[in-house]
Design a protein around this ligand. Structure first.
Ligand code: RIB
Length: 321
């Protein structure tokens, strides 16, 4: 990790992923046989790795329980030249995710946050945040700390980015006033809409979102009063709502889907790196995020599937659409 100040600080979760590859997801009451792989995950950490590998000077801040996995995580970061500050919480276990992958590469995930829930504001050096250009958070670690990071970064003029994943019942929409760029997926966006009583859309669903004409979706995004809203739509690409208009960016077609775990994280990390590289240009950043996400689904695992900058550049040069 270089001694220069970071361009992107990612504060969030790190998990041990127990991934079971099976042909079909088990039906209720059914047992199926799968192949187990244990790897590094957590939305925060995945995003930091995607961002650092895509070329931005990145530091990840997270919390783990004591144990051998701490060294393994540190070694992944140091090999990738990405900064990492891990608070080791005595008496807590490292967060764990159980992930099922079916033959189409689609996933289902259950997490136990463990030490992530104990990530404290004091674990995030204020100076680190204030020196960065972009601060990126999710909802998988401690929510008080998430709010603290957004407020502190905003006050310092740092671009704040929230990926509201996973959506939680204790999510406080007041957090959005500190957010410059909101990046939900379709499920999270629908939940955010339903959760705003003032919107009067208590039944809003993903199919409604998909059926909405772009200008109406843009108007709905504007009601959050967040400068930029980007809805990631899986194989449909993403919808970008800016103060002065809206855009749709297609996903790359024809990718061989191996494992979609962390594709949203790949987009967020790639996008944050793109914001730095393209000096805040949202569309260029989203193009980079889209390419990083496209490559991530062609490899197994979460952190392990994040492409290097060289791979992303080769892919972009190949002109694949
Ligand atoms: O977004 C994918 C991640 O969600 C996995 O790596 C898992 O750890 C869960 O946090």
């Amino acid at each position: 990790m270089s001694s220069l100040s970071p361009q992107v600080v990612v504060v969030g979760s790190v998990m041990q992923d127990m991934t079971f590859k099976c042909t079909e997801f088990p039906a209720r009451g059914e047992t199926v046989v799968g192949r187990l792989a244990v790897g590094q995950g957590g939305k925060g950490s995945n995003q930091a790795i995607a961002c650092g590998r895509a070329g931005a000077r990145t530091v990840f801040v997270g919390a783990m329980g004591p144990g051998d996995f701490v060294q393994q995580v540190q070694s992944v970061y140091s090999k990738a030249g990405i900064g990492c500050r891990l608070a080791v919480k005595r008496g807590a276990s490292t967060g764990t995710a159980v992930i099922l992958i079916n033959h189409e590469g689609q996933n289902e995930i259950v997490i136990e946050p463990g030490a992530n829930a104990r990530l404290a504001p004091a674990d995030v050096p204020r100076k680190l945040l204030e020196q960065s250009r972009v601060a990126l958070v999710q909802l998988e670690a401690n929510l008080t700390t998430t709010a603290h990071v957004l407020r502190t970064a905003r006050r310092a003029g740092v671009t704040t980015m929230l990926n509201p994943a996973p959506m939680r019942v204790d999510f406080d929409a007041g957090l959005l006033q500190h957010v410059d760029i909101l990046v939900p997926n379709e499920t999270e966006f629908a939940a955010l809409v339903r959760g705003r009583p003032g919107f009067r859309l208590p039944q809003f669903s993903e199919p409604e979102l998909h059926a909405m004409p772009a200008n109406q979706l843009h108007a709905l995004c504007r009601r959050f009063e967040v400068p930029t809203v980007i809805i990631t739509l899986g194989r449909r690409g993403c919808f970008i709502s800016l103060a002065d208009g809206h855009h749709r960016l297609p996903a790359y077609g024809g990718m061989k889907v191996v494992d979609t775990t962390g594709a949203g994280d790949a987009f967020c990390g790639g996008f944050a790196a793109g914001l730095v590289e393209h000096r805040g240009d949202i569309l260029s950043a989203a193009r980079l995020g889209t390419a990083v996400a496209a490559l991530s689904i062609t490899k197994p695992g979460a952190a392990a599937s994040m492409p290097t900058r060289a791979a992303v550049q080769r892919f972009l040069r190949s002109g694949k659409v």
